[in-house]
Design a protein around this ligand. Structure first.
Ligand code: NAD
Length: 475
């Protein structure tokens, strides 16, 4: 069997073994290993280590910090081939996608590291003899909670943002896909990061968040995951006056205008939908297609979807792996049955594959009525929903009709359409004629229930700093 690491906690620069819970391979439901659960003492030690580490790290020159962080990125890059394997084993995505995730994570780490050298303050013009200087200082110890769909790049975003700003961090990564974060932390340790700057724990998520967030040591909370959990953690953070970065769910609309190439946009969409088996908060999901090209787009989408090869992520031929857990499989089956009962038409897929492992067909539904549950509940799986629209106005109204507002997409050649879309679609990230919602250098995050705060870009680092004005009357 391909190798899966023996997982440990990382606290104050030391590795700790603990008992815990099994980690399951979604491709065959076998047990890969054990994720160690932190005790209360471990969490107290992590808090003390992160507080102590902060005094060291905030006083380390930004250039030196960048050097260590970039060394960690380089180590991750060198290990990308071997560390992609445990990600595929625990999460299911094809090996090539796991490797890409690691390389993308490295790109983010590198960009944040160098940007950390440019966390500039300001000198504000003031009356003679008075100098107002704005310092941007690291906020302090960060409690970070990362999800199971991107085991390496999601923790990498949080670690890179915090460390590049001079903060220290306690990372509680996903218990379902822990090896991605474990190998990330190992790279930072091997790069020579001082003890306590980056701590890794696992356990029962609610017990850890409810213990850590109220602690005075914690000065910022960052969470990526579902809207219900995000609202709970945002409320808990608010009750203790902690700022938070909330990167929550999405239900991305894709507006396909009648001047777009139906076949090319459908092919791009099918491949985009299959990525990580649709378990991406920015996954393209609700397709609003203008009537003139509706039939051609729908037919082409179905054809392309059927060509995508589904299988074990370790097989080099595989283009889409299983969904990551039985909860996603159950959600797919429920949402598809509901949509069909309400009149949706199956264009491709529709069913679970086999009964061992969590494989599901890439499913395309057309003529999906607005009242189908899938149209307003995030499927977070390989499900595309296509509906006809008459006008761009109608498409934008439908796109904005949900409380979600993370990513949105459109296909059009018209500058007038782009102008309308840019002005009116209520999302944090809008991509036109492609499906990449974020880059290392661009801010990523949501509006409405999809959350607040940004990861990536200069805005990302802003979230980890506080502005302090020093007002000095010169004597
Ligand atoms: P869930 O709501 O049970 O959990 C979502 C995530 O939050 C998991 O990583 C879980 O470990 C963590 N979590 C749960 N309770 C927590 C708590 N009290 N404190 C701290 N962390 C906690 O949902 P799920 O079945 O794991 O995932 C499905 C849903 O999660 C999807 O519908 C999707 O909306 C969302 N999700 C979003 C992202 C994203 O990138 N925004 C990633 C993963 C999952």
């Amino acid at each position: 069997m391909a190798s899966y690491p023996e997982l440990k906690l990382h606290i104050g620069g030391e590795w700790r073994r603990r008992d815990g819970a099994p980690v399951v391979n979604p491709a065959d439901e076998s047990v890969l290993g054990t994720v160690p659960h932190a005790t209360r003492t471990d969490l107290d030690d992590a808090l003390a280590a992160a507080a102590k580490g902060f005094q060291v790290w905030r006083n380390t020159a930004p250039a030196k910090r960048a050097e260590i962080i970039q060394r960690a990125a380089q180590i991750c890059r060198e290990r990308a081939e071997e560390n992609a394997v445990p990600i595929t084993l625990e999460q299911g995505k094809p090996l090539a996608q796991a490797k890409l995730e690691i390389l993308r994570g490295c790109d983010i780490i590198d960009w944040d590291a160098t940007e950390g050298r440019r966390v500039y303050g300001r000198v504000i013009p003031s009356e003679p003899g008075m100098r107002n200087t704005v310092l941007r200082q690291p906020i302090g110890v960060v409690a970070a909670f990362s999800p199971w769909n991107f085991p390496m790049s999601s923790p990498a975003r949080k670690v890179a943002g915090a460390l590049s700003s001079g903060c220290t961090i306690i990372l509680k990564a996903s218990e379902e896909t822990p090896a991605g974060a474990y190998n990330l932390v190992r790279a930072f340790a091997d790069a020579g990061l001082p003890p306590g700057v980056l701590n890794l724990v696992f356990g029962v998520p609610s017990e850890i968040s409810e213990y850590l967030i109220p602690k005075p040591t914690i000065r910022l909370v960052t969470f990526t995951g579902s809207i219900p959990v995000g609202k709970h953690l945002a409320a808990l953070s608010g009750a203790h006056m902690k700022p938070a970065i909330m990167e929550l769910g999405g239900h991305a609309p894709v507006i396909v205008c009648d001047d777009a190439d139906p076949e090319a946009s459908a092919a791009t969409s099918a491949v985009g939908k299959s990525r990580n088996s649709g378990q991406v908060c920015i996954s393209p999901t609700r397709f609003f297609v203008q009537e003139a090209i509706y039939d051609r787009f729908t037919t082409a989408f179905g054809e392309k979807a059927r060509q995508i090869k589904i299988g074990d992520g370790l097989d080099p031929q595989t283009q889409m792996g299983p969904v990551a857990n039985d909860r996603r499989l159950a959600a797919m089956e429920t949402l598809i049955a509901d949509a069909r009962a309400k009149g949706a038409r199956i264009v491709a897929g529709g069913n679970r594959i086999g009964n061992r492992g969590y494989f599901h067909e890439l499913t395309v539904l057309a003529d999906v009525p607005d009242d189908a549950r899938a149209m307003h509940e995030e499927p977070f799986g390989p499900l595309a929903l296509i509906s006809p629209v008459k006008t761009l106005d109608e498409a934008i109204d439908k796109a904005n009709s949900l409380p979600y507002g993370l990513a949105g997409y459109a296909f059009t050649r018209s500058a007038r359409n782009v102008d309308q879309l840019a002005e009116r679609v209520e999302v944090g990230n809008l991509s036109i004629n492609h499906l990449t919602a974020s880059f290392a250098e661009t801010p990523f995050g949501g509006v409405k229930d999809s959350g607040y705060g940004r990861e990536g870009g200069t805005e990302g680092l802003d979230c980890y700093t506080v502005a302090k004005n020093v007002s000095h009357r010169v004597l």
